[in-house]
Design a binder for this molecule. Structure first.
Ligand code: C5P
Length: 222
């Protein structure tokens, strides 16, 4: 059954999914699920506990104690695990690379699938962003968007995000790592990064956040 209270935004890194999700949530008063940060959490715990064994990592995750919080000051969405704000540890390319390595494993995807489904019907509605939100996790969503943008623009946006978090960036290196991660995400066997058949594809290369948000609002209200 189609669910009019779920909106999904999928696409590769740096297309503006997270910014769009936050802005739409503000406008609609809906909740946001930043699914990438759950995969990043697994990558971060792998680094922290120096293990690639997901079953060991899973034991470090207390399901009752995962939550997202909206920070009014910088408009960021923070992921908390047992009251520890992970945001500053997960927003770097080292953790992102590990996240995409774990993201190919069926046991990881199954485990996170259940956590993600738990976000349905929390609050007025849900905006879920990631790689497989419209295809696998919330196929019943009424509104599905798939964002694209040129690789230069995506690297530039990611560079700004990292700089805002106080991290230093080598642009060429960053562009290569992003492309490597996108290729891995698009070519994996389970839940590859592809638009859902019923998704509306938007090229965001030349759109500012205000234009992008207006476009999406116009589509969902029409
Ligand atoms: O969106 P973000 O860059 O934070 O995601 C980090 C990585 O997590 C992605 O490159 C991808 O490998 C994985 N991921 C995924 N499915 C999602 C969200 C993220 O496989 N729904």
């Amino acid at each position: 059954m189609i669910d009019p209270k779920i909106l999904t935004i999928d696409g590769p890194s740096g297309v503006g999914k997270g910014t769009l999700a936050k802005n739409l949530a503000d406008e609609l008063g809906w909740t946001v699920l930043d699914s990438g940060s759950l995969y990043r959490m697994v990558g971060y715990l792998s680094l922290k506990h120096n293990t690639k064994d997901f079953f060991k990592i899973r034991k470090k995750i207390n399901l009752e104690e995962i939550y997202f919080e909206f920070n009014d000051q910088n408009s960021n969405i923070s992921l908390f695990l047992e009251e520890e704000d992970l945001s500053n540890f997960i927003r770097n390319e080292e953790v992102a690379k590990l996240a995409s390595e774990f993201a190919v494993l069926p046991e990881v995807r199954d485990y996170l699938f259940k956590i993600q489904r738990g976000f349905r019907h929390k609050g007025k509605g849900l905006i879920a962003d990631g790689r497989d939100m419209g295809t696998v996790v919330f196929p019943e969503a009424k509104y599905k968007f798939f964002l694209t943008a040129s690789s230069e623009e995506r690297a530039r946006r990611r560079e700004n995000q990292l700089k805002e978090s106080g991290l230093s960036v080598n642009m060429r290196n960053l562009q290569e790592r992003i492309m490597e991660r996108d290729n891995k995400d698009s070519s994996r066997e389970i839940s590859p990064l592809v638009p859902a058949e019923d998704a509306i594809v938007i090229d965001s290369s030349n759109l500012g956040i205000y234009e992008l948000k207006s476009k999406v609002i116009e589509i969902i209200r029409s």
